[in-house]
Design a protein around this ligand. Structure first.
Ligand code: GLY
Length: 344
């Protein structure tokens, strides 16, 4: 309704960007449009981008919200609309389209960004005490070299039952109560990779909203592993392992880890990545081997990853037809790697 061109997800393999091993955000494949190096097909674009982030891989399975694979929804402006529209539309989308309770939503702004604060306060009507100011670590978006800028996030209060119970628990707490669902990035700078910032010719908008996180909030479930679409995969892991979910912590960690890693591995192979000993191939090898090892911990005999991969493909092929097209190849790569690892 705001005139965006909806583009297909780009490959997980970055094109012409040596600063990233894998696409890790909706904006990552769009960097040339932000810098002006390429002309976008329209100045307003929206995508649902497949993404992989492995920085927190050791936490996967252990928490409610960590995963290496996610789908990032985003709307982007390349020198078109800026702060006023982006903030108003993010609020409109979350409260009117998705229908989240405005009383449970809390915006945050970058420490020095009085302009964004005023927009939230005066234009959207959020009382000052409900708007949080955070520093560079939380409210300045940059991943690798390239376009970046201050951001304004929107947190959803999932309620006390998800909280840590500490008296000072509030927006920004590390616990699972306040979940960040939306990020408005005001992309104004370009980082040359050495911490030097140049002002971009255009002011741009980059937004990010994790589909899995949004689903957690809308479906009011415990974790990303309880979202309906991911839950069917999790249930298949349980079936293959002959285990029940929710009975034993260590078993649950393995179930969640396999559920996450098989999603990443399936999508990576469909984009042409092969398990190798370096670069993104090593990331894939590590994901497959970690999933296989946790399968052993659950007592699964023989190879099992291709069977799980079939479920990933079934659930995501409408949005990502390349999964169905490469199905047999994906199964073969997974099973070969599993067999090789089993021998080792
Ligand atoms: N690029 C903004 C985000 O992913 O949060």
């Amino acid at each position: 309704s705001k005139g965006h061109l909806v583009m297909k997800s780009f490959s997980l393999v970055p094109q012409g960007d040596k600063s990233l091993l894998l696409i890790n955000a909706g904006m990552a494949p769009l960097k040339p449009y932000f810098t002006g190096a390429e002309i976008p097909p329209r100045t307003r674009v929206a995508t649902c981008q497949k993404c992989i982030r492995t920085g927190d891989i050791e936490n996967v399975g252990k928490t409610a919200r960590h995963g290496t694979f996610f789908e990032m929804l985003g709307n982007f402006s390349f020198g078109d609309y800026f702060k006023h529209e982006a903030i108003a539309w993010s609020w409109e989308f979350l409260t009117k389209v998705v229908g989240l309770d405005p009383e449970r939503l809390y915006p945050s702004v970058y420490l020095e960004d009085d302009e964004a604060f005023e927009i939230w306060n005066k234009e959207v009507g959020i009382p000052a005490e409900r708007i949080f100011r955070f520093g560079k670590e939380d409210n300045f978006w940059e991943h690798g070299a390239g376009p970046c800028g201050p951001c304004s996030e929107i947190y959803y209060d999932r309620g006390e039952k998800y909280g840590c119970g500490k008296p000072d628990c509030t927006v920004g707490c590390e616990c699972d109560r306040y979940m960040e669902v939306w990020n408005n990035v005001f992309t104004q700078f370009e980082n040359d990779g050495n911490g030097n910032y140049e002002t971009l010719q255009n002011k741009n908008i980059d937004t990010g909203m994790g589909l899995e996180r949004l689903a957690v909030v809308v479906q009011d479930v415990d974790s990303i592993f309880d979202v309906d679409t991911i839950c069917s995969l999790r249930n298949l892991v349980c079936e293959v392992a002959g285990k029940e979910y929710g009975k034993d912590y260590q078993t649950d960690v393995s179930i969640r880890l396999i559920t996450d890693h098989i999603r990443s591995a399936t999508f990576m192979i469909s984009d042409g990545i092969m398990p190798t000993n370096e670069g993104r191939g090593y990331v894939l090898r590590r994901l497959i081997r970690r999933a296989a090892r946790h399968g052993r911990l659950l007592g699964i005999e023989g190879t099992f990853l291709a069977k799980l991969s079939a479920e990933v493909i079934q659930g995501s092929k409408d949005g990502y037809p390349e999964l169905e097209e490469k199905k047999e190849f994906i199964f073969k790569v997974l099973t070969n790697e599993e067999n090789q690892f089993n021998k080792t």
